[in-house]
Design a protein around this ligand. Structure first.
Ligand code: C5P
Length: 259
């Protein structure tokens, strides 16, 4: 793929990244969501950020509007893609979707842990092989309150207990990691060990607006708690200078062991 930018990634990530395959990269731990409605908007934003962020995230809005061309356009700019479509279906269907995402060359993709062990194993199997994407599981959506979660699942577990339970299931199914809110990072890191990827949204620099995020951590706090990758949108995309904002945050996220 053209315009590759050489990676400087945290050591923990270097250990789990595919040796070959989607090798486009940029420094750090920050993933910026392309939460925009059109391909033109996405390309304009990605072009500014290329070389300054670890990856960009393409989610349901952009992918539904524009499809795989959005992934290819971002790859052409030399950026990795986190395809955040949160697959949740019968195992055979999820395996097909993961295989299709793999053929697009995405670096990271998401499924729902609540699809069950068989579905997660099918996803891991579909992703396996050379040039494989990393597959991570969404545990419990952070939009759910304790009451809503209890009413929906009927489980006596707290959300934190459920998140840890699902993270262990994801690990046992052979997945690479989970998406989790900042408040669950420590428990997952303790329960699932150092090689398990933790990707967290809900991160805000100390001087940034909270927007609609609650219970946030700063980038430094999230990384110290054990997060590997941070999904940070508006503090970067709405800044007067998105590149300067991304670089400030990346610097805040550096740990002594980072390469
Ligand atoms: O602008 P902001 O930093 O809030 O964007 C965060 C990104 O992470 C958005 O793409 C949002 O959809 C996603 N996200 C989130 N909270 C979750 C899961 C995903 O904010 N619990």
């Amino acid at each position: 793929m053209p315009n590759c930018r050489v990676a400087k990634l945290p050591r923990r990530l270097v250990a789990v990244l595919p040796k070959k395959g989607p090798t486009m990269s940029a420094p750090g731990r920050v993933i910026v969501p392309l939460d925009v409605p059109t391909l033109a908007d996405a390309v304009a934003l990605a072009r500014r950020l290329a070389g300054h962020v670890a990856a960009v995230k393409i989610g349901k809005q952009l992918f539904t509007a524009e499809g795989p061309v959005a992934v290819r356009a971002v790859h052409d700019l030399g950026l990795r893609v986190f395809l955040d479509l949160k697959y949740h279906d019968i195992p055979n269907t999820v395996a097909g979707a993961v295989a299709a995402a793999k053929s697009l060359g995405v670096w990271l993709l998401s499924i729902h842990a609540s699809g069950g062990g068989e579905m997660m194993r099918a996803a891991a199997k579909a992703a396996a092989g050379p040039d494989r994407p990393l597959v991570i599981a969404v545990t419990v959506l952070t939009s759910l309150s304790e009451d809503a979660h209890r009413a929906m699942t009927g489980t006596p577990r707290t959300i934190e207990e459920q998140v840890l339970h699902l993270a262990r299931e994801a690990k046992a199914a052979g997945l690479d990691g989970v998406v989790a809110s900042p408040r669950e990072i420590r428990a997952i890191r303790r329960g699932c060990g150092p090689g398990f990827l933790i990707v967290t949204p809900g991160v805000r620099p100390a001087d940034a607006a909270l927007n609609d995020q609650h219970r946030v951590m700063t980038p430094a706090e999230a990384v110290r708690a054990g997060a590997d990758l941070l999904v940070i949108g508006r503090p970067i995309t709405a800044a007067c200078d998105p590149v300067a904002a991304a670089e400030r945050i990346a610097a805040e996220c550096q740990l002594p062991g980072d390469q």
